[in-house]
Design a protein around this ligand. Sequence first.
Ligand code: ADP
Ligand code: ADP
Length: 232
Amino acid sequence: AITAATSGLTKVYGSGDTQVVALDQVSITFKEGEFTAIMGPSGCGKSTLMHCAAGLDSPTSGSVRIGTTELSTLNDRRLTQLRRDRIGFIFQAFNLLPTLTALENITLPLTIAGRRPDPQWLERVVAMVGLAGRLGHRPAQLSGGQQQRVAVARALAAQPAIIFGDEPTGNLDSRAGAEVLGFLRDSVRELGQTVVMVTHDPVAAGYADRVVFLSDGQLVDEMTRPTPDRVL
Ligand code: ADP
Ligand code: ADP
């Protein structure tokens, strides 16, 4: 497990008339073993915060640390290495490779890192996503919901220390979403992983230990042990 933290994180897109301050001095800590949901209206900076915290985008000013490492001190190679070894990603657009089967997509992060999957863990991950019989299918042969579950399984397969998710259950019906989130929460409890999840769904946020609310690029509120009715 690992702690990620931003300090005075500011992100400005564009310049002059078209300048947008997406994040304005955001300081937040995602503690070891904690499941945090980020909520707020569209365009408030949720994705930008997640991308900067995960080292996918660089801040205009301020700092981001993962563990004891300040990301701005890393060159591209070391940053890639850190993402590969420590971080799991669940994107909205799945980013599944079309030429690989579901199972090959799930084990891809392990293959890239040159690690052998823990067979028992892999079996549980695959059982969780409920793809039995479709593991040999390519993404185009799976429904949107099935593709999303493959993306979640891929993020969990390598047991990363920290997981970043952008609407990880956005395309799932409520039952499939609950299964995936329940598994994510159990995995976090069991392995002590840190999870940061962007969501607009109060039910999804109810699985988190804490919800932080962004508005116009600033942190405006925070709630521990959220429930769907309190988040609404
Ligand atoms: P959210 O995830 O909460 O919808 P984003 O982080 O995607 O918000 O965007 C925050 C703000 O930054 C928005 O005003 C958005 O238009 C702007 N923005 C995001 N990405 C870019 C970009 N690549 N270029 C210019 N503006 C951007
Ligand atoms: P989900 O709730 O998982 O999104 P759907 O209701 O969209 O599932 O799909 C139901 C079934 O139809 C799935 O088992 C899936 O295998 C199949 N299916 C859906 N979309 C496609 C597609 N584009 N190509 C092949 N099979 C599909």
